[in-house]
Design a protein around this ligand. Structure first.
Ligand SMILES: Nc1ncnc2c1ncn2[C@@H]1O[C@H](COP(=O)(O)OP(=O)(O)OP(=O)(O)O)[C@@H](O)[C@H]1O
Ligand SMILES: CC(=O)N[C@H]1[C@@H]2OC[C@@H](O2)[C@@H](O)[C@@H]1O[C@H](C)C(=O)O
Length: 376
């Protein structure tokens, strides 16, 4: 089956689209990436999405219009990656604009825009979307969902692996070696990925640069460990998994606080960026030390953070017991792994195969994820 996976993540940097070929039964998948494309949002649309993520109010009519504008962009990204190929199905994550983790008896709430029926309408292809709701209905966090796909595609026969996504937010999947049989696969959102760094760079450059390319700027600075320690005191890092987070916690308000701390310590711009980068690396390492049953032999990085050599080096220093590589080194494209994951989740939905991992999301049971929209 040929499936397109679509996602725009918490960085809101554009839509990742992956066209893949899936073969094998749902439990013994084999996946081949045919093509991957990243399609930028028009900048006015990107600003409207970021405003909403940062808490702007919106009349319902404008929300409907924004939802359809996002769906239109997702459909265009699908058609672009499709090219002249035959495609059977689309799995679209959509654009997260709000995520509230579960709390005591209160279900989680997660809102992704870019409605599936509009994508099916514009592309003429069956489209599965709204993947998080099935897990939330089963009492789960609704996130992270990629770990089930990591478990299907990236387990190693002998090595314990961590798959570490570093997008806007970071999340980990711990995959015990296959020879350890049914040892639990666990995972959680580790906290900030690039979101704070991106906001800081945009502020420092008056919006002319969107991120610290190759970590070149931060690499010129020195991290202030006292400040990092202060930020690591945030209660999220002590919270036991299952847990999920988003820009609601690690977004503009958090960065304003960071900026204040940086001012207190008279950090230069490069030291501030180095300190934010260190925060990402140490929040990941700290969560492994606190919550993993065993430290990994290998860490496979994916998401935009895999393109930041300075950040990857800081992760290496923080976790010297493990080899830090990328998922591409294990055969799964590190830039498109999340888009691939939503193609696989759509494939599972069409085969009535559950898509969540209750040990990761905290759901009461495995659940079918996604709503199916057929074109008229
Ligand atoms: N060459 C590079 N050097 C440094 N950072 C980079 C580079 N390329 C991408 N990035 C970072 O990666 C980010 C995008 O990552 P990605 O597309 O994985 O995020 P996302 O999917 O939006 O987030 P999430 O996984 O949280 O949903 C950019 O905003 C930037 O910070
Ligand atoms: C609500 C939401 O969109 N969460 C994202 C976000 O970005 C990374 C991390 O936080 C992860 O939990 C999730 O995305 C990936 C694709 C997931 O569900 O696995």
């Amino acid at each position: 089956m040929r499936v397109i996976g679509l996602i725009s993540g918490t960085s809101v940097d554009g839509i990742d689209a992956a066209l893949i070929e899936i073969t094998g039964a749902p439990t013994e998948l084999s996946v081949r990436l045919i093509r991957g494309e990243t399609c930028d949002y028009p900048s006015a649309l990107q600003s409207r999405i970021l405003d909403l993520c940062h808490g702007a109010s919106l009349p319902l009519e404008e929300l409907a219009e924004l939802d359809d504008a996002i769906a239109q962009c997702f459909a265009e990204a699908a058609l672009q990656v499709q090219g002249d190929d035959r495609v059977d199905l689309i799995g679209s994550h959509g654009q997260t604009v709000f995520h509230r983790p579960r709390q005591a008896e209160r279900l989680a709430y997660s809102l992704q825009l870019g409605r599936g029926m509009a994508i099916a309408h514009h592309t003429g292809l069956p489209t599965v979307n709204n993947f998080r709701q099935g897990d939330i209905a089963a009492g789960g966090e609704g996130a992270p969902l990629a770990p089930a796909v990591d478990a299907a595609l990236l387990r190693h026969p002998k090595f314990n692996r961590c798959v570490q996504n570093i997008g806007g937010i970071g999340n980990v999947t711990y995959l015990p070696a296959q020879h350890r049989g049914d040892a639990a696969i666990v995972g959680w959102d580790t906290g900030p990925g690039n979101a704070l760094l991106d906001l800081a760079v945009q502020h420092l450059t008056d919006g002319t640069q969107r991120y610290d390319q190759d970590g070149a700027w931060a690499a010129q600075g020195t991290p202030c460990l006292e400040v990092v320690q202060r930020w690591l005191d945030h209660p999220y890092f002590r919270q036991t998994p299952p847990k999920s987070t988003g820009r609601e916690l690690f977004g503009q308000d958090f960065l304003n606080q960071c900026q204040q701390d940086a001012d207190d310590y008279a950090l230069t711009s490069v030291d501030f960026l180095a300190t934010l980068t260190e925060f990402t690396a140490l929040s990941i390492a700290d969560s492994y030390q606190r919550f993993l049953p065993q430290m990994p032999d290998e860490i496979l990085v994916c998401g935009g953070g895999n393109r930041n050599p300075y950040l990857c080096d800081r992760l290496r220093l923080a976790l010297p017991m493990a080899t830090v590589k990328t998922t591409s080194d294990a055969g799964l494209d590190a830039d498109f792994k999340e888009a691939i994951a939503f193609a696989v989740l759509a494939y599972w939905r069409m085969h009535q195969h559950p898509g969540n991992l209750p040990t990761v999301t905290g759901a009461d049971q495995p659940a079918l994820l996604g709503e199916i929209h057929l074109p008229a």
